[in-house]
Ligand binder design. Structure first.
Ligand code: ATP
Ligand code: MG
Length: 506
């Protein structure tokens, strides 16, 4: 009888023998040969074990992504220029899926979707690598949105409030102030303890540089970073950019339990890049020539926005995706998709923008489905009917254009609407703290502007806030601290408004 030890030795030898016989095959599984390359796509023999989405190493350090896996070949998209590679070159699989380095050292930086610096501030020290594509946290790890994300923009914080962890779409035609709106939102986070990530997808380099400059000049790079894949980069890099930004956001949200704001500017160009990639990979085109899984592309990304439960640390990721429409058409494929995925949308319109109503928010078509729960109570109290008032006013205004004599009630309603519209105009780069917003909206909705000449509304409202700052700072302080509008506080504000108007003589 053989002892157990002897039998184990026999097994060892058997395994060693098997490994020796399989080794060349394993090699074939991990090394392949290019047989065709062009248009940013390489077709490779071998690589039998490659996974979908696995990183492949090409000569000269170029990286690629395994996409279409067939029985005897692999199609890979190249994450860079194909200049240095040709047919017959060797390709190795790495066993790794896409990931990006992440860490606090990235704050203040401008990076590409692979994590390389695009600014001239040198290398970054990061210890952690985050996967680009992960499944979003499940319901158990989440909690409802409950804390506001203040944009500093009156029209939004008053009527379309956004909560931390929400996904709110910014949608509108070209040049309607979409980027301006999100940049102002970043600027407003200077004292809000929120990390901001701006992902620029397919924009001109000069536009990205402009945003970076504004953030730098106004001190916002202390708490922000920019991930950029500009229009001249290959489509796969553009496609990767939002996932890279999201992975970095997840580092701050899940590991450091922080509140993060991430902006995707914009997902229309992201969808276009994905369409380009898919066509090069000869995948069948679907509606508007987008591949069939373009809905999945965006839903999977936006599902990663989250408000984590307290047990999970309570971090949050608020996502503001941007979509560009053509001729205000919300029913095109990509806009409808993203509208259905997000918790609401802010619709910016060219005609309002050109009429000088900036930010050009279409009050009727913009909604926030969850943010109301997060709005501070003082704001909810003053802005309660503002949205309805304004929507009614716009209808009335369009209707009464043709009427020659109006009854006094309609006239009063029109005048009120005009003044509230003026009050919500806000120049760029001037986000406003919420207590000042409350005071301003209060002044408007309580009718204190009724006697102010229409073209002076903005000036009067500004002076009113300045008056409070100088003469009654305790009222602003109380709104800020208590976040409520008690009856007593409302009375004091009314008294202050009366004093202010008396001093101004109207
Ligand atoms: P694109 O489609 O080209 O990305 P966009 O929708 O992002 O455009 P912006 O670039 O933000 O629009 O703004 C277009 C122009 O309008 C800019 O010149 C900007 O300075 C101006 N603008 C935006 N918002 C305001 C505002 N609230 N007040 C005054 N000007 C504004
Ligand atoms: Mg823009």
């Amino acid at each position: 009888m053989t002892s157990i030890a002897e039998r184990l030795r026999g097994l060892d030898a058997l395994v060693a023998d098997q490994v020796a016989r399989l080794a060349p095959q394993m090699d074939r599984a991990r090394v392949g040969t290019i047989f065709e390359v062009g248009d940013g796509v390489a077709r490779i023999y071998g690589l039998e074990d490659a996974m979908a989405g696995e990183i492949l190493e090409f000569p000269g350090g170029l990286m690629g992504l395994a996409f279409n896996l067939t029985e005897d070949s692999v199609e890979a998209v190249l994450l860079g220029s194909e200049k240095g590679i040709q047919e017959g070159d060797e390709v190795r699989s790495t066993g790794r899926l896409l990931e990006i380095p992440a860490g606090p050292a990235m704050i203040g930086r401008v990076i590409d979707p692979l994590g390389n610096p695009l600014d001239d501030k040198g290398a970054m020290q990061t210890q952690v690598r985050m996967p680009l594509d992960v499944v979003a946290p499940g319901v158990i790890k989440r909690q409802p949105v409950k804390q506001p994300l203040q944009t500093g923009i009156r029209a939004i914080d008053a009527m379309i409030p956004i909560g931390r962890g929400q996904r709110e779409l910014i949608i509108g035609d070209r040049q309607t102030g979409k980027t301006a709106l999100v940049v102002d939102t970043i600027l407003n986070q200077h004292d809000q303890n929120v990390i901001c990530i701006y992902v620029a997808i397919g924009q001109k380099r000069s536009s990205v540089a402009q945003v970076v400059k504004v953030l730098g000049d106004r001190g916002a790079l202390k708490y922000s970073l920019v991930v950029a894949a500009s229009a001249s980069e290959p489509a796969p890099l553009l496609w990767m950019a939002p996932y890279a930004g999201c992975a970095i956001a997840e580092y701050f949200c899940h590991r450091e339990k922080r509140d993060v704001l991430i902006i995707y500017d914009d997902l229309s160009k992201h969808a276009t890049a994905y369409r380009e990639m898919s066509l090069l990979l000869r995948r069948p085109p679907g509606r508007e020539a987008y591949p069939g899984d373009v809905f999945y592309l965006h839903s999977r990304l936006l599902e990663r926005a989250v408000k984590m439960s307290d047990a999970e640390g309570g971090g949050s990721m608020t996502a503001l995706p941007i979509i560009e429409t053509k001729a205000d058409d919300l029913s095109a494929y990509i806009p409808t998709n993203v509208i259905s995925i997000t918790d609401g949308q802010i619709f910016l319109k060219t005609n309002l923008f050109n009429a000088g109503i900036r930010p050009a928010v279409d009050v009727g078509l913009s909604v926030s489905r969850v943010g109301g729960a997060a709005q501070i109570r003082a704001m909810r109290a003053v802005a309660g009917t503002l949205k309805l008032d304004l929507a009614q006013y716009r209808d009335l205004a369009a209707f009464s254009q043709f009427a020659s004599d109006l009854d006094p009630q309609t006239r009063a309603q029109l005048e009120r609407g005009q003044r509230l519209t003026e009050l919500l105009k806000q120049p760029q780069y001037s986000p406003q703290p919420v207590e000042q917003q409350v005071a301003m909206v209060f002044f408007g909705v309580r009718g204190h502007l009724q006697k102010a000449p229409l073209d002076k509304v903005m000036d009067v409202a500004q002076e009113w806030v300045r008056f409070l700052e100088l003469e009654r700072p305790q009222l602003l302080e109380e709104i800020k601290e208590k976040k409520q509008l008690s009856e007593e506080l409302a009375n004091q504000l009314n008294q202050a408004a009366a004093d202010f108007k008396a001093a101004k003589g109207f």
